[in-house]
Design a protein around this ligand. Structure first.
Ligand code: NAG
Ligand code: NAG
Length: 197
């Protein structure tokens, strides 16, 4: 009978490093962004410049993302592969997922701009209006959808059940992050409108 441990090697420490980083990153940026919103701590540490504070946070988030990709690849490298997934068709699907995912991430960064991408609204750097063009007319959360698709692409490319499991964790973590971030961001913009009126 199927035994999960035949497909995923839970004795590999690299699996847990990747898992820990996947869980940590959104917690990290939510805690810092909310602390900034409440007390402007990052702006103050950046000598009073909201933009510079946001840039420092952006660099740290970006670096954590690179580190997460590295840990994910390291983890998959020592995991069992599944012959069923080791086909040209699955590789082709992986390539499509990677292309669509990267397009979502890059185009949403382009549409949102630097501060819009990296939580600038928590620093009081607000978007003038809601971005509704591509890719936001295709998916509400292109950054998270795109990132998840990139994880999925890698898992499929390496025919890795462990990769699929970690991708699922990424998906759940982003869902939780959205449930947490969405209402808060809406509140920030509601407060801004209140001040204006
Ligand atoms: C699955 O495999 C593990 C490790 O080889 C073993 O300890 C466990 O008893 C197995 N479980 C089942 C349901 O066969
Ligand atoms: C989204 O917007 C782009 C241009 O901004 C357009 O080309 C595309 O057809 C739109 N997609 C949908 C599903 O509306």
């Amino acid at each position: 009978m199927a035994n999960l441990t035949d497909y995923i090697d839970f004795s590999q420490p690299t699996f847990y490093y990747a898992l820990a980083n996947i869980l940590f990153n959104p917690i990290y940026w939510n805690i810092l962004a909310r602390a900034e919103y409440r007390s402007h701590i990052l702006t103050r540490l950046a000598g009073g410049s909201a933009f510079f504070g946001c840039a420092v946070l952006a660099v740290s988030i970006f670096s954590l993302g690179i580190f997460r990709d590295y840990l994910y690849h390291e983890a998959l490298a020592v995991q069992p592969t599944l012959a069923l997934l080791d086909t040209d068709l699955v590789k082709a699907i992986a390539a499509v997922c990677f292309t669509v995912g990267s397009t979502f991430v890059v185009s949403s960064m382009w549409a949102l701009g630097f501060t819009g991408t990296y939580l600038g609204d928590y620093f009081g750097i607000l978007m003038k209006e809601r971005v509704t063009g591509f890719p936001f007319n295709v998916t509400d959360d292109p950054m998270y959808t795109g990132s998840t698709l990139s994880f999925l692409a890698t898992a499929l490319w390496y025919a890795s059940p462990a990769g699929l499991l970690l991708t699922f964790v990424v998906h759940v973590v982003y869902r939780v992050a959205l449930a947490f971030e969405g209402p808060f961001t809406a509140q920030i913009y509601a407060n801004k409108d209140k001040k204006k009126n």
